[in-house]
Design a protein around this ligand. Sequence first.
Ligand SMILES: Cc1ncc(COP(=O)(O)O)c(C=O)c1O
Length: 481
Amino acid sequence: MIQSTHDKPVPLYAALADSLQQLIEQGTLRAGHRVPSVRRMSLQRDVSIATVIQAYTQLEDRGFLEARPQSGYYVRPRLPLETPEPRMARPMAKPSYVGVNDLTVEVMTLSSDPSYLPFGAACPHPSLFPTKKLARLLGAVGRDDPTLLGRYAMNWAYEPLAREIARRYLQAGAPLSHEELVITVGCAEAITLSLRAVAKPGDTIALESPAYFGFLETIQSLNLKALEIPTEPRTGLCLDALRDALHHNEVKAVMVMPAFQNPLGCSMPDEKKESLYRLLADYDVPAIEDDIYGDLHFSERRPKPLKAWDTDGRVLLCSSFGKSLAPSLRVGWCAPGRYLERVRRLKFTNTLGTPVVLQKTVSDFLRNGGYDHHLRSIRRAYQNQVHLFTTAILRHFPAGTRLSRPQGGFILWVELPAGVDTLQLHQNARARKINTAPGALFSVKERYRNCLRMNCGIPWSPEVEHGVRTLGELARAQLPA
Ligand SMILES: Cc1ncc(COP(=O)(O)O)c(C=O)c1O
């Protein structure tokens, strides 16, 4: 025991935990960093191994450290508990054609212009992907079988890749056969094919609000109507509102992102997914599930896709490696359940096949065993970056700003005070070489005018911090002094 300043004896392990906690709070030990091993800490502080283990366990309980199997203890990113979260919006409960804001194209185009800070599109920085290894594999695939370049891909999937994807879903609690998969050109094609398989022009599609603007664009391009459903910032689709919508409208499909929804980042608890599935079955409606962020969870367990509850083939599961491995290889997939034949035919007319060279490159990467290791490292990077962005936004944005608390992925939804117009903010920020994604892009009729989606898939740097500060200043300038 050692003496505390209040003359109350403090156990040695608690004193060690306190001193490490202080180092974390001061930023000396930073989020995502590994703390010294138990043995090294015991030597450094001249205490027993048991004392260090007790101290680390206590810091785990306090939420400052996390143990990672076979790796050690890491500083856990922490968010201030009192941070207010965005409020749930109540969009009009009426289907309507989508008026997509032309700004979407600008946001996407500027995201690939290196002279802009890329806060707009949800694109991770290329340095986060194993591009060199992929480039080597891509070269080897072409060299080993050059005829691949001289043939059409006249099948639905390169079998070894489909088997690997199916194996991973089995691990995630959603058993699938590789034969149920259609490999697509990105998740974007999987979504388009799914929508075309279940609906025709004029039909209504229900979806979360705020919604990923890519969904809105696709719905518009297929001449469908969108019905926006209120979405809880933590747990996703509001099922009461969805039930009401299904009761009063002829809805052809529900588009849903149960894992780390874009843009709110919310994750649907398993019980809620089960209830959602029952609701879909009651009204005999299919779901188009976008699971693109599913592998990017911050906690130990990957969330189960809604597809795990699908006993009658009504879930069309769509995803890709675009956010986790290689956006530009454009390898995605669809497990369309009972719509398999229709999706296959549509794939055939849409793009014939997905290039086998690209499918084989991804498949070789997955089969080499490097994917899980890579995933662990980007998950940690994303978690750390989300934490750093959160902290900076809370520091630099106007008082009253609300923020999502995603448990995976790399985007934040920011609700600014009501007087801020983020379309105006976008113009002002663009003049300072900062690209943003204003909230208006995430709804059918330009709701969310005081909201902003932030891409945190960029390594932290003084320029990034400066960009966040500038955005905060520009937002503040819109408010009365
Ligand atoms: C939710 C969501 N779905 C689909 C896509 C498109 O994915 P891909 O690049 O694989 O076509 C994106 C890209 O930003 C996305 O955020």
